[in-house]
Write a new protein. Sequence first.
Length: 266
Amino acid sequence: MPNPDTPSRTDYAAAVEGLADRVLGALRGAGDPAVDPAVVASQVDEAPDPKVALAAVRVLGPDVFAPALLAGVPFGPGDARAVAESLRIFPPAPDAAPEAAWRDWTTVRLLARYGGGSPDSTFTDTPEDTLGVREPAPPGGTGPAGSPGSPGPSWRDLSLSMAQLSPLALPNVDGPVHETALDRLRDLSRGTARAMLRRDYPTAARLARWLACALHRGARPDLDTAAVVRHLELHCGGGGRTALDTAVARGLLDRSQPQRPGGPTA
């Protein structure tokens, strides 16, 4: 018989949604003194099972830094300790999929910045190990393993991979994954359009982050990204993670220039 004290998948899923809601609240309530800025630390401290809360921190990964990166919300020492503890309790797997490895690598780089470096420093990629996590190979462009001369993934496979990598689509975060997004922006536009047509709003919101990130960098997606984000804001439903993805895309759009002269603006 299952141990009634053992957390279930439902418990872990609820913790992830709860943390996503907290991050979203901090992002939307930036500057409001009534909003607790210690998002990660509060989630762990108040959780019935801190281990489940730490697992949620690992799932969201770089997105726990979204309020700091997008809205300047303080990421305090307590938050940094909670992220570090999540990495200690749930260490990155050496044989993890590339998408998981990239999320982990970005998380530890951001932790290094906000846990001891300058919050205003620019994110830079380095090939050295960072807290035991080595920079993975790019997810596309030169092939699934990043090997020169190998064919790149199809637009559908790339879109699936980049949707899993959406927590990297944040301002002042850079690296080979972002270069892939810019190099294959048309494919990501196709993937976003397909997700919208299928009403797969979670995938559409994740990919919309990459389109908005490209706009933030001065590129021009083939899709009207502002219209996509407006539609998601109206129809994506109440899921915390999808709402957070949509809010991040909106935040990136608000920092961007109009998509084209005379066209829609963010």
